[in-house]
Design a binder for this molecule. Structure first.
Ligand code: HPA
Length: 306
């Protein structure tokens, strides 16, 4: 079976309003499932496009969304229950459109734990994508390079992670409608998707590394001692995002491809202090390669089985 959902391209009738009313009249606070369903219903009411793949664009990497055809822009502030991004370099809107023939939903910016959002809110958009019927997500981020073969401007496939954020979006009662209480994370960063990305990078002449991503809370960059520790425990990259989204995606059976853009050497590995401006500037410099790689990978991933 293909992950493509050969659904109708017609706009849904505005029965949506009925669903939203039903949700709104439930007594007590809505549970996460109902909130995700409410947000998904709202998105469906705004466009007839039924996305197959979702993308999350990290700091300084938002330009990819400009390559969508016939985009529909939905600010996060309009989507019920959706968290709002305050980080600089994050536009804070959902873009729905096509890359070649593949319908996609693209988040231009995400929210982070360091903004004060709960870990469930950070991962909530992935719940919504799951309810929209998406079977694959591509997560991107800016990261510090720890491994000696990484330097600013490198694109790197995440092949595994180390969660040092101290929280999981799945803590608390499990909702079986989303997924199982306990599940395997062995192939969380889908091997077939990584092989496709490597093959497309090679074809395009783009250097694409592979590494283990350590997620920290932030917002301060790391101390030199923390980076030495991360080196010892096997991390190649360090950042402040992505891991909660991956956990929730795998909980829902959504396949994951994740790509970091190395924007700086990790703390203590160069003489220069790390700045957010540098992170955004390097992101902007690799946009061309990044857009080319994603545009080549998306149609191939869309033909993969669920
Ligand atoms: N550390 C954490 N997060 C980051 C970094 C870093 O060095 N660069 C970009 N995001």
């Amino acid at each position: 079976m293909s992950i493509l959902r050969h659904g109708s391209s017609r706009a849904l009738p505005v029965a949506t309003v009925g669903t939203l009313l039903t949700l709104a009249t439930q007594s007590g606070p809505l549970d996460e499932f109902s909130r995700a369903e409410g947000a998904a219903e709202f998105i469906r009411s705004r466009t007839a496009l039924r996305p197959e793949i979702a993308l999350v664009l990290g700091s300084g990497l938002g330009e990819f969304a400009e390559s969508l055809t016939d985009p529909v822009r939905i600010p996060y502030s309009e989507i019920p229950h959706f968290p709002r991004s305050t980080a600089i370099g994050h536009a804070g809107r959902l873009m729905m459109g096509r890359i070649a023939d593949t319908p996609v939903a693209v988040m231009q910016g995400r929210v982070h734990l360091y903004e004060g959002h709960s870990v469930k809110d950070v991962a909530f958009p992935i719940r919504v994508f799951g309810r929209l019927g998406i079977r694959a997500v591509i997560l991107t981020n800016a990261a510090g390079g720890i491994s000696s073969d990484l330097h600013p401007g490198c694109l790197v496939l995440i092949r595994d992670h180390i969660n040092l954020q101290g929280v999981s979006p799945l803590a608390g009662p499990n909702d079986d409608r989303f997924g199982l209480r306990f599940f395997d994370m062995g192939n969380a960063y889908d091997q077939e998707f990584r092989e496709i990305a490597q093959a497309e990078a090679k074809r395009l002449g783009i250097w694409l590394g592979s590494g283990v991503y350590a997620a920290l809370l932030g917002p301060s960059f790391e101390t030199h001692a923390e980076i030495k520790y991360l080196q010892k425990i096997g991390a190649d990259l360090v950042g402040m995002s992505t891991v909660p989204e991956v956990i929730v995606a795998r909980h829902m059976g959504i396949r994951v491809l994740a790509i970091s853009c190395v924007t700086n050497l990790a703390a203590g590995l160069s003489d220069q202090p790390i700045t957010h401006e540098e992170v955004l500037e390097i992101g902007a410099r690799v946009q061309k390669e990044f857009v080319a790689l994603l545009s080549a990978v998306i149609p191939r991933i869309a033909t993969q089985p669920a």
